[in-house]
Design a protein around this ligand. Structure first.
Ligand code: P6P
Length: 340
């Protein structure tokens, strides 16, 4: 007799039962995201075989060149989500502004913000990439179209956050506020199967992950932290290893499972990098919700990420995220409370 297989759908329904007045809308929404993930996974894994690699010839709102797979993943996410009748608005890192739900489709009580394919510059060199998503309950009343107010919510109001990592296997990791759970896609029958129940990040790790090519442009506190992380200070610190993949989902996922810290601080290389490169709504908030649910921490060096009130969809934030003790040590350096 086969052992009981906990699929993502079964798990979502069980999670739904934790909320007595849940309507099933949530289950349908997460199921739509899982479907999009399967389709994107199929095409990411075929990328070397069909003409879907390379640049699309377009740029996104950040002025970044879009890969063909970026645009494809964006379209798959929109198509999978917009028809379900569970959302009143959408927003994607790959398109500017609010994405409305078509007039002929009923408006639901949730909004979803997503980065359809994060790390896409790594696609054609076979490095892991990912999809990141956030779900909030709408704040505007009625059942009409959603507004920017429904999208610009602080991260602590998320009802669900997750990511899909397209790597040696395809995994979907998500939280609805009752722990973090990881599912591995079994391609033989196209189901996400529970492989990592109730993930907890170690309270401290041996890995620090940051792009050190910006070292000269960092504020002194960040420089001091990285100098410390490199040095084994037996009485106080511990020798750490540097690992940097350059794909947020991959760097984050490794630290979530093994412990460690990821930093993308602001820098002084140009005025538009003062707040770093990563986006608050599409990257930092979902990862912060997940890491806190796994016992870790996420800040901009001074404030809890989930407490930041967004003022625009595309705003960026410095991100210090990972094992609780490692983030707290980094914060001491960044805040000037410690210099070695
Ligand atoms: P850099 C990918 O483009 C991304 O948005 C994240 O996935 C990743 O962590 C970061 O940018 C890498 O940026 O400046 O180190 O190349």
């Amino acid at each position: 007799m086969d052992r009981f297989v906990m699929t993502l759908n079964r798990h979502i329904i069980e999670q739904e039962r934790l909320y007595p007045h849940a309507t099933g809308a949530f289950t349908a929404l997460l199921t739509d995201i899982a479907l999009a993930a399967k389709i994107i996974s199929y095409h990411v894994n075929k990328a070397g075989l069909v003409d879907i690699l390379g640049k699309s010839g377009t740029t996104n709102v950040f002025g970044e060149e879009q890969e063909k797979l970026d645009v494809f993943a964006h379209e798959i996410m929109v198509r999978s989500l917009v028809h379900g009748g569970k959302l009143c608005a959408l927003a994607s890192e790959e398109s500017d502004g609010l994405i409305p739900i078509p007039e002929n489709i009923p408006k639901g009580k949730y909004v979803c913000l997503f980065d359809p394919l994060d790390g896409s510059s790594n696609i054609d060199v076979n490095v892991s990439i990912g999809t990141i998503f956030s779900i909030y309950r709408r704040v505007t009343s009625g059942d009409g179209p959603g507004t920017l107010e429904d999208l610009l919510q602080p991260g602590y109001k998320q009802v669900c956050a997750g990511y899909v990592i397209y790597g040696s296997s395809t995994m979907l990791v998500y939280t609805t506020g009752t722990g973090v759970h990881g599912f591995t896609l079994d391609p033989s029958y196209g189901e996400f199967v529970l492989s990592h129940p109730n993930i907890k990040i170690p309270t401290k790790g041996k890995i620090y992950s940051v792009n050190e090519s910006y070292f000269d442009y960092w504020d002194e506190g960040v420089k001091n932290y990285v100098r410390w992380a490199k040095r084994a200070v037996p009485s106080d610190g511990r020798p750490m290893n540097s690992r940097y993949i350059g794909s947020l989902v991959a760097d984050f996922h490794r630290n979530l499972l093994k412990g460690g810290i990821f930093l993308y601080p602001g820098d002084n290389k140009s005025p538009d990098r003062k707040q770093g490169k990563l986006r608050l709504l599409y990257e930092a908030n979902p990862m912060a919700f997940i890491v806190e649910q796994a016992g870790g921490k996420a800040s901009d060096g001074f404030r809890r990420i989930l407490d930041i009130q967004p003022t625009e969809l595309n705003q960026r934030t410095p991100l210090i995220i990972g094992s609780k003790e490692d983030v707290e040590i980094a914060e001491e350096f960044i805040q000037g409370k410690r210099s070695e």
